[in-house]
Ligand binder design. Structure first.
Ligand SMILES: Cc1cc2nc3c(=O)[nH]c(=O)nc-3n(C[C@H](O)[C@H](O)[C@H](O)COP(=O)(O)O)c2cc1C
Ligand SMILES: [Mn+2]
Length: 445
């Protein structure tokens, strides 16, 4: 069955050998995240933990951590990922959500004093994290002026049975919605949808002026079904496993954090607004979903999938057959460009184009077609064996980067580096690169 919710996605993963059912007991504190992080780092399958100590619901994570799972999530070939993302990011291709009267998550509802956040199996992921967080929930909100829907990620630190810290950078849409009201300090209603079709997870990571659900609709080729919240007036994906409804209190702030951040370090405590739980709803036998913070899925959703299309457009303006990738292990600060080399000066021009596609891109490495751009070892080989650093690299000092880039100074101002890691045959003529084809080892065991 084509993917339309988390359960159908798990079937797709299982069919392709990309789901690991883990029945051994694991702890919510660190151990679950350690296992999941290890699986992501080693290119392993996405884990569904069925026996988590202290949790009465199974927990799924690593929905999208590499090219294989990104392709399965988008329902395309790995070679088509950027094409599909380019098409669905174009607002002209958006498909609006469709409201339905009932949703499976309305089967079980607790509200008021019974809405206890301890029902939710919340992991404490990284050893530097300040507590148990909802990291894989998608925040559903509504523009108070236009009524347009909005999806976003806002990490939520559990502070008590009915209270969370709610992290929102001011310039995010939720921050703008809160500020745009006649009384910016008044409580602001939102819902947190957990356990979702990965099309919705991908859409929620996109910055756009449209309702991000129209992007999820474009991915699926049909409007995403939504149902009205029980205690909040927002339209929530009907296929969600779990829904937490509540009020963001801009005037009631609490220290929130630290959490493993996208840039690869633990951040600071923030004086964040708090979130008051008004209802918790769930499908029968729900599956909880989390995102390991500061790790592959976080980067794939936030930096890789939404940014590769524009990067490719900038680069292809100069070289129409170039390929690009933003590797998840480099936190979105690195872009790899692959070309069939012709003019010896072009790799540097391509690096300059890539640097300006997104402010986060700080380092750019240009390689030949015989390098696997998804394999960090291959990139390292090209850097080592094809770069004369005195001639093949250049630095632009004091360019605009991301303000949280660990290398940058105030306001993100920092260096950008371009590296031509293509083979300069005109300097030294060797034969083909040594290569042994992959074999199926099972035929030899
Ligand atoms: C896994 C993940 C976690 C994120 N956590 C936060 C967060 O806690 N606070 C925040 O302001 N942005 C966070 N972001 C970034 C934005 O929520 C996200 O990119 C979204 O596009 C912003 O939506 P908006 O454009 O509607 O404001 C996160 C992004 C991802 C992918
Ligand atoms: Mn938005």
């Amino acid at each position: 069955m084509p993917t339309h919710d988390l359960r159908t996605y798990l079937e797709v993963l299982e069919t392709h050998g990309r789901l690991a059912r883990i029945a051994k007991p694991v702890s919510l504190t660190h151990e679950l995240a350690d296992v999941a992080a290890m699986l992501a780092r080693s290119g392993g399958p996405a884990p569904l933990f069925s026996n988590v100590a202290g949790a009465n619901w199974p927990i799924f994570t690593n929905a999208i951590t590499d090219q294989k799972t990104a392709a399965l999530a988008l329902g395309c070939a790995e070679s088509e990922i950027i094409e599909v993302m380019e098409r669905v990011l174009d607002p002209a291709h958006g498909i609006p959500p469709v409201r339905v009267d009932a949703a499976p998550w309305q089967a079980n509802v607790v509200s008021g004093a019974d809405a206890d956040a301890n029902l939710l199996p919340l992991p404490t992921h990284s050893r530097g994290d300040g507590g148990a967080f909802i990291t894989g929930g998608v925040i559903i909100s509504k523009d108070p002026v236009t009524g347009r829907g909005n999806l976003s990620y806002n990490r939520m630190l559990r502070l008590g049975p009915r209270q969370f810290g709610f992290n929102v950078n001011e310039w995010r849409h939720v921050g703008q919605f809160i500020a745009a009201r006649a009384d910016p300090q008044a409580p602001f209603p939102v819902a947190v949808a957990i356990g979702l079709d990965p099309a919705i997870l991908i859409a929620a990571g996109v910055k756009t002026e449209a309702d991000e659900l129209t992007i999820a609709g474009a991915i699926r080729g049909a409007g995403i079904e939504t149902a009205r919240g029980i205690t909040v007036d927002v339209d929530i994906p009907a296929g969600a496993e779990i829904v937490v409804e509540g009020l963001v209190h801009p005037a009631r702030r609490q220290p929130e954090g630290p959490l493993a951040e996208f840039h690869g370090y633990h951040g600071e405590l923030w004086p964040s607004p708090t979130f008051e739980v008004t209802a918790i709803c769930w499908r029968d036998d729900p599956i909880f979903q989390t995102i390991i913070p500061g790790w592959y899925e976080h980067i794939y959703i936030g930096n890789v999938l939404p940014r590769e299309p524009l990067l490719r457009r900038f680069v292809r303006h100069l070289n129409p057959t170039a390929n690009v990738h933003i590797p998840p292990y480099a936190n979105g600060f690195l872009a790899i460009i692959q070309i069939k080399r012709d003019n010896p000066g072009q790799p540097k021009n391509l690096a300059m184009a890539a640097m300006t596609a997104h402010i986060n891109i700080r380092n750019v490495i240009v390689v030949d077609e015989d390098i696997d751009i998804y394999d960090p070892g291959e990139i390292h080989w090209a850097l080592t064996n094809r770069v004369d650093w005195t001639r093949d690299s250049f630095i632009v000092p004091d360019a605009q980067g991301h303000e949280m880039d660990p290398v940058a100074h105030q306001r993100g101002v920092g260096p950008k580096l371009g590296v031509d890691a293509t083979y300069k045959r005109e300097r030294r003529e060797y034969g083909e690169r040594v290569s042994y084809p992959m074999v199926d080892l099972s035929a030899y065991q």
